[in-house]
Design a protein around this ligand. Structure first.
Ligand code: ZN
Length: 143
Protein backbone atom coordinates (compact mmCIF):
# COMPACT_ATOMS: atom_id res chain seq x y z
CA UNK A 1 0.00 0.00 0.00
CA UNK A 2 1.24 3.48 -0.69
CA UNK A 3 1.12 6.02 2.08
CA UNK A 4 0.73 9.65 1.14
CA UNK A 5 0.32 10.95 4.68
CA UNK A 6 2.85 13.42 6.01
CA UNK A 7 5.27 11.43 8.14
CA UNK A 8 5.28 13.91 11.04
CA UNK A 9 1.57 13.28 11.60
CA UNK A 10 2.10 9.69 12.75
CA UNK A 11 1.78 9.15 16.50
CA UNK A 12 5.03 7.78 17.86
CA UNK A 13 5.27 4.61 19.95
CA UNK A 14 5.70 4.78 23.70
CA UNK A 15 9.24 3.45 24.20
CA UNK A 16 9.78 1.47 27.39
CA UNK A 17 13.38 1.36 28.63
CA UNK A 18 13.59 -2.46 28.47
CA UNK A 19 12.69 -2.34 24.76
CA UNK A 20 15.15 0.37 23.72
CA UNK A 21 17.42 -2.13 21.84
CA UNK A 22 14.34 -3.23 19.87
CA UNK A 23 13.64 0.32 18.68
CA UNK A 24 17.30 0.97 17.87
CA UNK A 25 17.52 -2.22 15.75
CA UNK A 26 14.34 -1.25 13.90
CA UNK A 27 16.01 1.99 12.82
CA UNK A 28 18.45 -0.27 10.90
CA UNK A 29 15.55 -2.42 9.62
CA UNK A 30 16.37 -5.34 11.88
CA UNK A 31 13.63 -7.11 13.85
CA UNK A 32 14.88 -8.35 17.22
CA UNK A 33 13.51 -10.02 20.33
CA UNK A 34 14.88 -11.40 23.60
CA UNK A 35 15.96 -14.99 24.22
CA UNK A 36 16.73 -16.46 27.62
CA UNK A 37 20.27 -17.76 28.10
CA UNK A 38 19.09 -20.27 30.72
CA UNK A 39 15.83 -21.84 29.47
CA UNK A 40 16.38 -20.72 25.84
CA UNK A 41 12.78 -19.58 25.39
CA UNK A 42 11.84 -16.48 23.43
CA UNK A 43 10.71 -13.58 25.62
CA UNK A 44 8.42 -10.89 24.25
CA UNK A 45 7.46 -8.13 25.01
CA UNK A 46 10.84 -7.00 26.31
CA UNK A 47 11.54 -7.64 29.98
CA UNK A 48 14.44 -7.29 32.40
CA UNK A 49 13.97 -10.98 33.39
CA UNK A 50 12.78 -14.16 31.67
CA UNK A 51 8.99 -14.56 31.90
CA UNK A 52 9.40 -18.36 31.72
CA UNK A 53 12.08 -19.08 34.37
CA UNK A 54 12.89 -15.75 36.03
CA UNK A 55 16.49 -15.63 34.82
CA UNK A 56 18.14 -12.27 34.18
CA UNK A 57 20.24 -13.80 31.37
CA UNK A 58 18.38 -12.26 28.45
CA UNK A 59 20.05 -11.57 25.12
CA UNK A 60 18.82 -9.60 22.11
CA UNK A 61 18.78 -11.71 18.96
CA UNK A 62 17.67 -11.05 15.42
CA UNK A 63 14.40 -12.51 14.21
CA UNK A 64 14.08 -13.90 10.69
CA UNK A 65 10.81 -11.97 10.56
CA UNK A 66 8.80 -14.92 9.31
CA UNK A 67 5.66 -16.38 10.84
CA UNK A 68 1.94 -16.96 10.52
CA UNK A 69 -1.13 -14.87 11.30
CA UNK A 70 -2.49 -15.96 14.70
CA UNK A 71 -5.39 -13.49 14.90
CA UNK A 72 -6.50 -10.40 13.06
CA UNK A 73 -9.01 -7.58 13.07
CA UNK A 74 -9.73 -4.88 10.53
CA UNK A 75 -10.02 -1.26 11.57
CA UNK A 76 -12.67 0.46 9.48
CA UNK A 77 -12.40 3.96 11.03
CA UNK A 78 -8.93 5.20 11.95
CA UNK A 79 -8.55 6.68 15.45
CA UNK A 80 -6.57 9.70 14.17
CA UNK A 81 -6.43 11.46 10.79
CA UNK A 82 -3.28 9.61 9.66
CA UNK A 83 -4.76 6.23 10.53
CA UNK A 84 -8.04 7.22 8.91
CA UNK A 85 -5.99 7.93 5.80
CA UNK A 86 -5.02 4.28 5.42
CA UNK A 87 -8.30 2.71 6.69
CA UNK A 88 -9.46 0.07 6.33
CA UNK A 89 -6.33 -1.65 7.63
CA UNK A 90 -5.69 -4.89 9.46
CA UNK A 91 -3.85 -5.48 12.72
CA UNK A 92 -3.29 -8.67 14.65
CA UNK A 93 -0.92 -11.08 16.30
CA UNK A 94 1.74 -12.79 14.21
CA UNK A 95 3.27 -15.98 15.63
CA UNK A 96 6.97 -15.72 14.74
CA UNK A 97 8.92 -18.87 13.87
CA UNK A 98 11.21 -18.18 16.84
CA UNK A 99 8.31 -18.79 19.26
CA UNK A 100 6.94 -15.38 20.21
CA UNK A 101 3.96 -13.26 19.23
CA UNK A 102 4.09 -9.72 17.89
CA UNK A 103 1.10 -7.38 17.65
CA UNK A 104 1.49 -5.62 14.34
CA UNK A 105 -0.12 -4.31 11.20
CA UNK A 106 -0.80 -6.92 8.53
CA UNK A 107 -0.34 -4.93 5.36
CA UNK A 108 -2.66 -6.77 3.00
CA UNK A 109 -6.15 -6.13 1.66
CA UNK A 110 -8.34 -6.87 4.74
CA UNK A 111 -10.58 -9.44 3.06
CA UNK A 112 -7.54 -11.51 2.03
CA UNK A 113 -6.05 -11.94 5.53
CA UNK A 114 -6.56 -15.39 7.06
CA UNK A 115 -5.51 -17.11 10.27
CA UNK A 116 -2.52 -19.31 9.50
CA UNK A 117 -1.47 -17.20 6.51
CA UNK A 118 2.31 -17.18 6.05
CA UNK A 119 3.74 -13.67 6.44
CA UNK A 120 7.10 -11.96 6.61
CA UNK A 121 8.28 -8.63 7.90
CA UNK A 122 8.86 -5.48 5.96
CA UNK A 123 9.70 -2.09 7.38
CA UNK A 124 7.87 1.23 7.07
CA UNK A 125 8.93 4.65 8.30
CA UNK A 126 6.27 6.49 10.24
CA UNK A 127 7.48 9.81 11.53
CA UNK A 128 10.81 9.36 13.30
CA UNK A 129 10.28 5.65 13.79
CA UNK A 130 10.79 2.63 11.56
CA UNK A 131 8.14 0.02 12.33
CA UNK A 132 7.67 -3.61 11.33
CA UNK A 133 4.57 -4.59 9.37
CA UNK A 134 3.87 -8.02 7.91
CA UNK A 135 2.81 -9.05 4.43
CA UNK A 136 1.89 -12.31 2.78
CA UNK A 137 4.69 -14.62 1.67
CA UNK A 138 4.02 -15.31 -1.99
CA UNK A 139 3.63 -19.05 -2.71
CA UNK A 140 6.92 -20.60 -3.79
CA UNK A 141 8.95 -17.64 -2.61
CA UNK A 142 11.57 -17.76 0.10
CA UNK A 143 10.51 -16.00 3.28
ZN1 ZN B 1 14.28 -18.43 30.94
Amino acid sequence: MSETTKTHDWPQPYRLLDAEPYWEALADERLTYQRCGDCEQAVWPAHSFCTHCGSAELAWVRSAGHGTVYSHSTIMRGPTPVWAGIAPYTVGFVRLDEGYFLFTQIDEAPDTVEIGMEVSVRFVRRGEQVLPVFARVAPGREA
